[in-house]
Design a protein around this ligand. Structure first.
Ligand SMILES: Nc1ncnc2c1ncn2[C@@H]1O[C@H](COP(=O)(O)OP(=O)(O)OP(=O)(O)O)[C@@H](O)[C@H]1O
Length: 271
């Protein structure tokens, strides 16, 4: 169990770092005089889904933006490839929490991908080759039936899957997913988690997912990080949800989440 510091890849028998990994070292973000988070150290393993949980305003989205380099921060992001040779910065895919666009835009899903994949203005082309290519991409996120849908007519869950598909072209080393706080129904959420889970199994990429649904985190995540101004605790879902500090933040929610799995309170025992 790790307390706001990481352990190096040990390559032991039980090491869950399979081919490559990403290390976030001493990340700090301050806006004006306000420190958003400090001393964040995380070791993200490939082939694993790491869920970040925490209360509103804990700094979760800001951490993803810092990893992306979108907000000013201190600290270092290191990516290590399969051979353990330092290979610099990872290729990052990102699905944001919100996307602001004109809901009345006539732009379709196919237009969006055509603009992304080619240099040809999307209103000039209706190539079967591109359509087939986009269809194949959309199959990965169970959204091939949405190819001609206007972006503004997509539901929250559908838009999230389209953005996920975009973030997978090409398959990144590190996938950052910032789950919307609202606007996606339970079925949509479960479908999204199923797809992300398959990605983890079929591609050797590391996934960091900000989640507000503790039940889905308990079901799908390999590791959980409780963030609240810094890493409060970090470990398996059971370890983190059994920690009294997680219960202090989420209260009864955690008890419902881990019903049947929760052990008696052990302060600081697991995180
Ligand atoms: N550009 C900014 N300038 C100043 N303060 C900011 C900026 N962006 C975020 N903040 C503040 O940083 C804090 C952390 O915000 P952040 O969005 O990272 O939280 P979060 O944990 O993702 O919250 P939520 O669960 O509500 O999405 C908040 O208090 C927010 O108001």
């Amino acid at each position: 169990m790790i307390e706001n510091n990481w352990h190096p890849c040990s390559h032991s028998e039980n090491d869950c770092c399979r081919l490559c990994c990403t290390k976030i070292e001493n990340f700090n973000v301050t806006f004006g005089n306000t420190q958003i988070f400090h001393d964040v150290n995380l070791h993200i393993h490939c082939g694993e889904l790491t869920a970040i949980i925490g209360p509103n305003g804990a700094g979760k989205s800001t951490l993803l933006k810092a990893i992306l380099g979108e907000v000013k921060h201190t600290g270092v992001l290191n990516y290590f490839d399969a051979k353990g040779v330092h290979s610099g910065h990872p290729l990052i895919g990102y699905v944001p929490q919100y996307l602001n666009f004109d809901l009345s835009t006539p732009t379709s899903v196919l237009d969006l991908f055509t603009a992304y994949l080619t240099n040809i203005p999307c209103w000039l082309t209706s190539s079967k080759r591109i359509r087939d290519q986009v269809c194949q991409i959309l199959v990965k996120v169970k959204a091939e039936h949405l190819i001609d849908r206007r972006l503004g007519a997509l539901s929250g869950g559908e838009l999230q899957r389209i953005l996920l598909a975009l973030s997978l072209e090409p398959i990144p080393d590190l996938l950052l997913l910032d789950e919307p706080v609202s606007g996606i129904d339970q079925n949509g959420l479960e479908l999204f988690y199923d797809i992300v889970s398959d990605l983890r199994a079929n591609h050797d990429l590391s996934i960091i997912l900000i989640s507000h649904d503790l039940n889905l985190v308990a079901k799908y995540a390999d590791r959980v990080v409780l963030l609240n101004g810094t890493v409060i605790c970090n470990g398996s879902p059971e370890e983190v949800f059994n920690d009294v500090r997680t219960r202090n933040v989420f209260g009864m929610l955690v008890q419902h989440t881990m019903q049947g799995k929760v052990q008696p309170d052990k302060e600081g025992s697991s995180c």
